[in-house]
Design a binder for this molecule. Sequence first.
Ligand code: NAP
Ligand code: 3JN
Length: 349
Amino acid sequence: METSSGYHVAVVGATGAVGQQMLQTLQERSFPIASLKLLASARSAGKKIMFNGSEYTLEEARPESFEGVQLALFSAGGSISKKLAPEAVKRGAIVVDNTSAYRMDGRTPLVVPEVNEEDLRNHNGIIANPNCSTIQMVVALEPIRKKYGLKKVIVSTYQAVSGAGASAINELKDQSRAILDNKDYTPEVLPVAGDEKHYPIAFNAIPQIDKFQENGYTFEEMKMINETKKIMHMEKLEVSATCVRLPVETGHSESIYIEIDQDNVNVEELKNLLKDSPGIVLEDDPANQVYPMPAHCVGKRDVFVGRIRQDLDRPYGFHLWVVSDNLLKGAAWNSVQIVESLVKLGMLK
Ligand code: NAP
Ligand code: 3JN
């Protein structure tokens, strides 16, 4: 399908949980598309997907797929990005990559537009989209860093299964049905599809997201720690993370403890600051039981912040509860926002 105006776009991983949201978001934002290639594995080649009222045929992603493509949105896993993103760049495309393949590469900007849009100016063809848990946290922390300074962050996450892809969503649903029906089931996907052991996620909480590293942290935890420092340009920021999977379909939640550089700030000031900050919706009214929850954030692009409290022992310490749709602000929307920023900055010709 070709039209005369707009950009030549490819979506890699178009059948996946993130890729599907990518298409939905491009459509909702009326992003100008002259031609669209939907790419996935050989398994999907020939299947059809509807986009903007027209039918598109999926193709296997290959180096030649990127001939004539100006913009390629990747979410098919790190190994595919390592193999094909340079091929897309070689053929003149700008790549927005949703995987961890290039996030910590010194020449690749890692961008959350509310925080470091200007970093886009220094790309070499590839722009990395951060990890979903990192994105929602830095959106909430950046206004605080800017106004009061930030010294320390300790975060515990409560992550939805959709972060682990379409197969993890199916596993949660199938297991839940099996347990309620008193039937047998064998966990096969979570916590990590390629790991030795699998545990049930239905009616459970699993304190492992991605593989364990030698230092005892998981890769998801290390992504949050390293990516936060890079995006906020704060190499010395003290960050620690514990990442946990919950039986929630979509919407990651985070309990975040921070220490700021001042000890004379009160909760009302923090609330006023966050309520007027980009990308944030403040939902913080304990008297009326108002606070963010994943079930309320699904399908929304914002980051929801609530339960803001001063630490009882440290006047410079605060606790926050931060929730967002991990497939939207955590992945597809942040990527499309990056693309819109490129257009705004005149960097997508
Ligand atoms: P998913 O639902 O399992 O989908 C995987 C997608 O990758 C499918 O479209 C699949 O195509 C495609 N794919 C698999 N092998 C391929 C190959 N050899 N060549 C081309 N395409 C291939 O997973 P997801 O949740 O969408 O996540 C996909 C990736 O996005 C993840 O691996 C991760 O790197 C990234 N991600 C990022 C975030 C974030 O925090 N920003 C969050 C979630 C995921 P088929 O349908 O043909 O198999
Ligand atoms: O598990 C989650 O909630 C988020 C997972 C993201 C993810 C899953 C598989 C591979 C990533 C990511 O974006 O960090 C990757 C990866 O590319 O490393």
